[in-house]
Design a protein around this ligand. Structure first.
Ligand code: NAD
Length: 466
């Protein structure tokens, strides 16, 4: 008994010593960052003092801050919407960005650093009308597409039902979606039915490079790769639309960026478009805005009006992807964790169900009384974010709204709180703020070196480790 008490005391002493040492190094490091100007704060991991790395493991995450130089505007950097994503991409660890399908062994590491825009690639048919990471990955991508086909019987039976007829002949479809094996099955079905397609990615992280290569190999002009910059994103959209001898007459969009690019840059093409299909709630809002202003001269379909989209993508898919995303980026247990989910729509319902099943203590914020009542009836406490923010371990936004988590609320969160966006883009959480403050400031406001902000969207998750 006495021995164990002594052991405990020794352990406590050692722990206290370690904490003090940690604080000392932390203080030194803090002084270092304060004394430097803001451009120094943006230094690379490799440029940081190595002593701080070895002495305080948590400082590693501090050093990972490498905000994008948001002043580096280039020709295509006209839209501010993805600036946050760009800045976040720099600090994503390799393991967290590796999707289940982007097997490293298929990536030609020798040209990893070369931008696909600077490479000349040709597929086996002699066409170079595409821009992907590495066309040599096509065979692997093809196998992934074949596996996806097995789970997508509706589209495959559509192909069979057409029996060689081309009901979509004359359709020139320009698409901007996540480029995954499942999207490839859709694109190839459209082509099998007679459409001509050109495709780009709606998200700079989510492209499966090998799938993009497989599509390019079969002759679909694809302009996308994983880890695009802001500039690349708009360049790819432009390459899709701006093609001599080919003009889009249909748009399939996820988020509204492609639609707005065509609307702004190619008004004559926009006028001739026969229809727009929009996947996301946010993209639909943008279309409504155009419509209200009397500028939407094209019929548009809201995919969310389809119950299969609403229930499967928003509810059931998010019920699965929230855990996948959080586990990949945080590696923490959720049992017993305090989680607040903002918004109890389809996405919010899926997230709440999944997190509750893991044993998390989930509460909900809502602005719609019916959805609030539904949350209540499903057994979730309905709260105001400002009232619970201090206690939460995880904050998840699923609203599609703006400024749901503000700078002031970020300041009040406890150390280590994980903040995650399931809604569209970076408007729900004030992530722009993260790119505008210095390391020293973040240290000050978190009171520690372990503040972690996680930013996730859809199945693919990017994170900002601070
Ligand atoms: N991550 C993904 O894979 C994925 C999939 C589908 C949809 N989405 C996106 O998720 C978002 C939500 O989609 P949804 O289908 O659940 O929409 P929805 O309209 O069904 O639900 C949104 C809910 O958020 C509530 N809300 C709005 N502002 C709020 C605020 N400030 N605080 C609290 N609650 C608020 C609304 O009252 C509504 O109940 C959209 O932006 C959509 O594009 C993401």
């Amino acid at each position: 008994m006495t021995d164990s008490v002594v052991d405990c005391k020794t352990e406590v002493k050692q722990a206290t010593k370690y904490v003090k040492e940690t604080e000392n190094v932390a203080e030194k490091y803090s002084a270092l960052t304060v004394s430097k100007n803001s451009s120094d704060v943006n230094m690379n991991v490799g440029e940081m003092p190595s002593a701080a790395f070895t002495a305080v493991p948590t400082l590693k995450s501090v050093k990972k801050i490498q905000f994008a130089n948001m002043e580096d505007k280039q020709e295509f950097s006209k839209y501010p919407t993805k600036a946050g994503r760009r800045s976040l991409s720099r600090s994503v660890s390799q393991s967290s960005t590796d999707s289940y399908s982007s097997a490293a062994s298929y990536t030609d590491s020798s040209d990893d650093e070369t931008s696909p825009r600077d490479k000349t690639q040709v597929n086996s048919h002699g066409s170079s009308d595409f821009c992907v990471k590495n066309i040599k990955q096509a065979e692997f991508g093809r196998r992934e597409i074949e596996i996806a086909e097995q789970d997508m019987s509706a589209l495959i039976s559509l192909r069979k039902r057409a029996q060689g007829e081309k009901p979509l002949a004359g359709s020139n479809i320009v698409g901007c979606t996540h480029i995954t094996a499942q999207t490839a099955v859709l694109i190839e079905t459209l082509v099998a039915l007679g459409a001509q397609c050109r495709w780009t990615a709606c998200n700079i992280y989510s492209t499966q490079n090998e799938v993009a290569a497989a599509l390019a190999e079969t002759g679909v002009p694809v302009f996308a790769w994983k880890g695009e910059s802001e500039d690349d994103f708009w360049w790819c959209i432009d390459r899709c639309v701006n093609m001599d001898g080919w003009q889009a007459n249909m748009i399939l969009d996820d988020g509204g960026d492609l639609t707005h690019w065509v609307y702004k840059k190619y008004p004559s093409v926009f006028k001739k478009v026969r229809g727009i299909v929009e996947e996301s709630v946010t993209g639909v809002h943008r279309l409504y805005q155009l419509s209200k202003a009397g500028k939407l001269c094209v019929p548009a379909m809201n995919v969310n009006d389809s119950v299969t989209k609403q229930k499967f993508d928003n509810l059931y898919c998010c019920r699965e992807s929230i855990l996948d995303g959080l586990k990949r980026t945080t590696d923490i247990m959720f049992g017993g964790k305090q989680v607040v989910v903002c918004g109890y729509g389809e996405v919010g319902k899926g997230c709440c169900t999944a997190l509750k099943a893991l044993g998390a203590i989930v509460c909900v914020t809502e602005i719609d009384p019916i959805c609030a009542l539904q949350a209540c009836m499903d057994g979730f406490r309905v709260v105001k974010l400002s009232e619970v923010i201090r206690q939460m371990d995880v904050v998840i936004t699923c609203t599609g709204n703006k400024n749901v988590v503000t700078r002031e609320q970020l300041d009040r969160m406890k150390n280590g709180c994980i903040v995650c966006n399931m809604g569209h883009s970076n408007t729900e959480i004030d992530v722009v703020m993260c790119a505008s403050v210095t390391v020293a400031h973040l240290q000050h406001m978190s009171g520690s070196f372990n503040l972690k902000l996680q930013y996730s969207s859809s199945l693919k998750v990017s994170n900002l480790e601070i």
